[in-house]
Design a protein around this ligand. Sequence first.
Ligand code: LFR
Length: 492
Amino acid sequence: MSITNLPLNCVAFDCGSSSLRTVVGSFDGTRVITNVVSQVPNSAVNVNGFYYWDLLNIFESLKSGLREACSQYKKIDSIGICTWGVDFGLLDSQGFLLSNPLSYRNAIGEGELSTLSESERRWMFEKTGIQNNKINTLYQLAGIKRQMPEIFGIAKSMLMLPDLLQYLFTGEMVTEASIASTTQMLDARSKKFVPEVLEKFGIPQNLVKPLRQHGEIIGTLRQSIADELGIAACPVVCVPSHDTACAVTAVPTQEKDFIFISSGTWSLIGTEMVEPVINKSVYDRDFANEGGVFNTITMLKNSTGMHILQCIKKELEFNGDVFTWNDIVKMAAEYQGDVPVFDPNSSRIFNPVSMIGEIKNLIGVNEVNPAQIIASAYDSLAFSYRYAIEQIQEITGITYQSIYIVGGGSQNRYLNQVTADFTGKTVVSGPKEATSLGNIGVQLSAHWMDFNINRIRTMVRNSEKIEEFTPNAARDQNEIEQRYKEYKNCLP
Ligand code: LFR
């Protein structure tokens, strides 16, 4: 493809566990203007004890997002799809979907992981570079094999969610390294599936699909969909289809060594590397060498993020009251009382019936004061960031000066300031549309070979509002240190 017909309009589908977004990026040769043409809520549906993703609704929502994009822009040059990690669909030999994809919030993988001995866990990390997390595709697949043997028995293909959506849009069954790394079946060094790992869990080798490179064309929009939407069929590009990898692509820096926090439902705290680091130091600290853009590695900690606040907000709204995110932040900012801290990664708040109730128990208070719960949640998140960043510095031996917070959560100015205060580092926040910008940036590399990572990041910096937060010198340092100690005492 060539970059002759500017502006180029790229559609990025950004599917998150709480919203499905269609974003158009219009690139004029220097800057990109993003426009969210559609955003609809997403959530897992509980059926008979299992949480499922409503794939048909997701697909329909993306199609109507595309229809809207076409009606606003007339010419669409390409499409890229990304979603959250680890979840997948199983298909039979004819390519029919066998069930709605399960959600990683099910406990199905937990039992499988818990049967592994310490040496097996180490072996898994050594083979893949990925931390042993119960949500990883591999453990979910092993759980399906045990609990849903009939479905597993006739499955001939496993497609990760973005791969599955790409298949529905183009008919091509492929995968790519960033999303495939979240399976814990890929070797972070060679970016190839590890036969011994699949074998160990009885996963057929041909269940997984061939990998494509970022910037390659995966296929063309099915003619039937183009006809249905009344648009011209356009190419679908292989982008980092894991949302975290896309978000890191759009970190607005030219530094080689930097800390990122991709802030959304999860907070992914890490640094970008050329090669994976697969050693005891990383294993002991529970970091993962996930696949990044253009064969880089995002060495990161999977940490709880806005999920806590999303659950609190839902609970506060249960009786029909409405709280905006500004209301939530204001409650924390204005709260004057005691702010106890807790471990945001406690298994007790992974998928609780009542988030507020569990936090109340974790911080050991008798009365529920929503402002206190929210302030505790924000401070605990900021301490969890500091802790993870210290661990990264121990692993790499580098002292980082700034923290780049990208994604929807980067708009939370209150949390940005607390993070700067608790870490003593400058927080650079934005862009909020990092995932879509990364997706669009890699699509541009399909149109224009010279569009490498530096150019993508320069384009982001040229296009987006970036804000800086420096540590507030007026805050009592002794008090921060004392509370950080209390935070560390809560950790397992
Ligand atoms: C963030 C994310 C994380 C992944 C989690 C579950 O949206 O993709 O990277 O660990 O969701 O898939």
